[in-house]
Every structure is written in structure tokens, then in C-alpha cells.
Ligand binder design. Structure first.
Ligand code: BES
Ligand code: MN
Ligand code: ZN
Length: 486
């Protein structure tokens, strides 16, 4: 664990010193010269001349001075917003991998230090628990990242909210990266239960309870697995005077998606342990709201099931009566996420009178065809709600793109023997079909948004803020939305 130090300890010994280097003005940031020795200054001048930095378009120039490093980060004043500093922090996590004590000289505003540390916390995340040999590519040696600033006092306290979000994103990443033999619905529910210590109210419904409460679609997905299903309800009551919930978050928590009888083949099965990414975003958001003492009342409901295959598996053409009373003809057992979510949505509305709902799910491969891994699909029945979410997404760099949910796709779900089928009669617009299925379980007057995060829940290569593997996508955008709207 890296320690972030916000006191001015300029005279400490550091083995890495980080400065901004203004691209346009071609000059170092504030306090530059006074914090470097003559020897260091000459070396730096020689190196940047030789490397042609920053014209070489590299983000950094790393200059070794004996056993320590001076790192110059190229920067453009006109583009230096909060996200710039976050991404810079993320990038630094790769440059600082072999240092122990680093210091960053803050230029102008205290805020930039917090954004940089936040980016570092997100970008330096690694899922390394299963490596038995310590290799430097897996383990960062950095122990502390200090921030030196002369103008005003930086404070640890001011960073606490940033850290609460970053650690919640990293917790969600841990859950999603965890293999399905370790993270079963049961062990997952146990992990969520631990969040009671953050001030969340947590209720766990087991199989017996789920049967009694008519979670029939969810049970139809779960029934072939030896790992029994759970539904977990998390509540954050930030405003005790208010009875109802400002927002409900509903998440798909399929701990492994084999496809069921419509079994996935070959590489289609790979990373299907990530199929609980929607639920992890719900868990992480509630944790972040609790740790930052949000004034809002938010409820999270997640359905934890494994979509397995066995003699007692749900078949194609089976008809199931959902909790809502509507009947569903199962036409594809691999379209299981919508079945899990449908009962969760009904439960959230009936039991908790939710009037504003966001559901999150790794729902369709089709959303990747449509939006690649650059955007999550946003589907909504309410323009203002959708706009607010889109705006939050831009602010935190978890981008959403609105896609249609309308009659064209909805009618594809009509069945000849039941109220609806769980997949459409054609492949086209698969993500919108999924959204239309969910909308059939949304009551009149309820504002609803569905985020299809099948593409954004994980990164193949890694970006500045999202290392390879699970991203924890959804927490930053929902946290920002709640902070700005309630
Ligand atoms: N969990 C998958 C969606 C998915 C695919 C997530 C690839 C991440 C990467 C979902 O349950 C699924 O299997 N969807 C089917 C729907 C189809 C049967 C209508 C799909 O996308 O193929
Ligand atoms: Mn599936
Ligand atoms: Zn799935």
C-alpha cells in the first residue's frame, strides 16, 4: 500500500522527484531549481536536449541521477484539467514502479495533488494475489508519494473522499478479477456483508427466501449450479428524515456464465467470471457513498447466481412465471442476465417503492460490436435522467452513449405461447432488445436507466486509469451523479 503524504516535507530524502515541464513555455514548474542540485540541473539540461524533450511527444523524460530519478512530465497549461492530473497520476504508476519514496512538486492549485494521487491509486492497481513469485513487473516498490506545496496547506482530510472512491473502485476490481471457483454467490455475499462496517445496512436472501418470494426467473438461471444463489440488498441512508430512496441501483451478478444449455464454446467462455461486473459496481458505489457520508438515500440490489449446466438445467421453450406475474418463454439460456435483472427490478419497485433506478449489467456482446470498449450503452425511458448520467460520464471519463429502446425492438420479444421471449426473433440490435426486455419490468412513472457494461467492465491492454483486467466501471459515474443531484 502506497502512503500519500500531503505535508510539505521538502527536505526529506526522495529517490524520485517529479516536476511538470511546460510544453509551450518550455520551462519547469514552480520550485524547480531550488529543489535540485547543480549537478542534477546540468544532467537534466543535457538529457532533455539529447532526447529533444518535450518535442519528442513523450509524456516523460526520466533522468537517472545516481540511484535516484528526476522525472519531468510534459504538460500543457491549456489542457491541464482534473482529468489531466488523474491520468498523469495513472501514467506515473508505471514510471515509479521501481522507486520507493517519490515527491511531486505541486504547481498552482492544491486540487491537482488530490487528482494526481487519485489517478495513481486507480492506475497503480494490480491483481497480483495469485503470483507466488515476486517479480518486479507485478509488484510496485513505491512506499510513499509526497506532495510538496508552498502556497496553502494540503490536507490528508481533503483527500479522504477521493481515496474512498478509488479504494471502492479497486475493491470492485478485486471482486471482478477473482476467479469463479473462489468467488461463488456464497463467498461473494459474505464479502458484501463485511461492508456493514462502513455503515451500510445489509440483508442477504438465500435460496429458500428467493423461492418464497417468487424470484422465479432468477432461480431458473441458478438451478443447474451447485453454488446456490443469493440476493443481497444494501442500504445507505444519508438522510434519516426522508422515508424513500433517491435512487436504486440494481446489478447483474453472474459469477460465471457458461451459457447454460445454450453453452458457450471456445473463447466465448473466457473471462465469464467477469459477468458479475454490474453487481460489483453497485457494491462499490454504495461503499463509496457510505465512506464519504453522502446525504442521499440509496439502495443497492444485486442478484448473485452461476449460470451452469446440468441435468436439471432450464431448457429452451421452458415457460417461467416471473415475480411480476408476466410469463417468459426461455428461447436462449445464454440470455440469462436479463432474467436475473427482471426479478430484481420487480422486487426493488414492489418492496422499496423505487422511483428512480439504474441497472448495470454485462448484458450483451452486441454492445461491443456497437460501441467497442470506449462507451457503455445507456438506455433510458427518461430524457433528463439520461442527460444527467451522460454528463456525469464525461466528467469522470466513464463514457456512456445513449442507444434506442423502442417499439421496433420491443415487438421482437413477442412470443406465441407466453407474454414474451427472452431473446428477439432476429439478431439485429441485440443490446436494444435486451433493454426492451428489462423495460417490460419497469412500472409506469418509474425513471429507469440501463447501463450495458459488457465492453467497459474490463480492459484488454490497460489505459492510464484502468490497468489490464477488471475496471470497476460504473462507480465513478454513479458516485458523481449522486453527489451532484441529491
Ligand atoms: N454475459 C454475456 C454478455 C457478454 C458477452 C459479456 C461478451 C461480456 C463479453 C450475456 O449473458 C450473453 O451471453 N449474452 C448473449 C445474448 C444473446 C444470447 C441474445 C450474447 O451477447 O451473445
Ligand atoms: Mn449469457
Ligand atoms: Zn451473462
Amino acid at each position: 500500500m502506497v502512503k500519500y503524504i500531503f505535508e510539505n516535507k521538502k527536505n526529506d530524502k526522495f529517490d524520485a522527484k517529479i516536476f511538470l515541464f511546460d510544453k509551450k513555455e518550455k520551462k519547469f514548474g514552480t520550485y524547480f531549481e531550488e529543489n535540485l542540485s547543480k549537478n542534477e540541473l546540468t544532467l537534466i539540461k543535457e538529457t532533455i536536449k539529447r532526447e529533444n524533450f518535450p518535442e519528442n511527444k513523450k509524456d516523460f523524460s526520466v533522468i537517472s541521477v545516481g540511484a535516484s530519478k528526476v522525472i519531468l512530465a510534459s504538460f500543457d497549461e491549456s489542457k491541464a484539467d482534473d482529468l489531466f492530473f488523474q491520468k498523469l497520476g495513472g501514467k506515473l504508476s508505471n514510471v515509479l514502479f521501481e522507486s520507493e519514496k517519490a515527491v511531486y512538486y505541486v504547481r498552482e492549485k492544491a486540487e491537482e495533488a488530490y487528482h494526481l494521487a487519485y489517478g495513481y491509486e486507480l492506475g497503480s492497481y494490480r491483481f497480483d494475489k495469485y503470483f507466488t513469485k515476486k517479480e518486479s513487473s507485478h509488484y510496485s516498490t513505491l512506499q510513499s508519494l509526497s506532495f510538496a506545496f508552498e502556497k496553502e496547506k494540503l490536507s490528508e482530510k481533503a483527500y479522504a473522499d477521493f481515496s474512498a472512491v478509488a479504494s471502492s473502485v479497486n475493491l470492485a476490481r478485486d471482486l471482478v478479477n477473482e476467479p469463479a471457483n473462489v468467488l461463488t454467490p456464497k463467498t461473494y455475499a459474505d464479502e458484501i456483508k463485511k461492508l456493514k462496517k462502513c455503515g451500510l445496512e445489509i440483508e442477504i436472501l438465500d435460496e429458500k427466501e428467493l423461492k418464497k418470494k417468487d424470484f422465479n426467473l432468477l432461480m431458473a438461471v441458478a438451478q443447474a449450479s451447485d453454488n446456490k444463489p443469493y440476493v443481497v440488498v444494501m442500504k445507505w441512508i444519508g438522510n434519516k428524515k426522508q422515508k424513500d430512496f433517491d435512487l436504486a441501483l440494481v446489478g447483474k451478478g453472474v459469477t460465471f456464465d457458461s451459457g447454460g444449455l445454450n453453452i458457450k464454446t471456445g473463447s466465448g467462455l473466457e473471462y465469464m467470471n467477469y459477468d458479475m461486473g454490474g453487481s460489483a459496481a453497485v457494491v462499490g458505489t454504495l461503499r463509496a457513498l457510505a465512506l464519504t457520508n453522502s446525504k442521499a438515500n440509496v439502495i443497492g440490489v444485486v442478484g448473485l447466481v452461476e449460470n451452469a449446466i446440468a441435468g436439471n438445467a432450464t431448457r429452451v421453450n421452458d415457460v417461467i412465471t416471473s415475480m411480476s406475474g408476466q410469463t417468459v418463454e426461455i428461447m436462449n439460456t445464454d440470455a440469462e442476465g436479463r432474467l436475473v435483472l427482471a426479478d430484481l427490478l420487480t422486487y426493488t419497485q414492489q418492496k422499496y417503492q423505487a422511483k428512480k433506478i439504474v441497472d448495470l449489467a454485462t448484458l450483451t456482446g452486441a454492445v461491443l460490436v456497437c460501441l467497442s470498449k470506449a462507451y457503455a450503452g445507456l438506455f433510458s425511458n427518461h430524457d433528463k435522467f439520461a442527460e444527467e448520467l451522460l454528463k456525469a460520464g464525461v466528467q469522470v471519463d466513464e463514457k456512456l452513449w445513449r442507444l434506442p429502446v423502442d417499439e421496433h425492438f420491443n415487438k421482437m420479444l413477442d412470443s406465441s405461447v407466453a407474454d414474451m421471449r427472452n431473446i428477439g426473433t432476429s439478431r439485429w440490435g441485440g443490446s436494444s432488445q435486451g433493454a426492451c426486455f428489462l423495460q417490460r419490468f419497469i412500472d409506469e412513472g418509474v425513471q429507469w436507466a440501463h447501463l450495458d457494461i459488457a465492453g467497459t467492465a474490463d480492459e484488454d491492454k490497460g489505459t492510464d486509469l484502468n490497468p489490464k483486467g477488471a475496471t470497476g466501471f460504473g462507480i465513478k459515474v454513479l458516485y458523481d451523479y449522486v453527489k451532484n443531484n441529491f
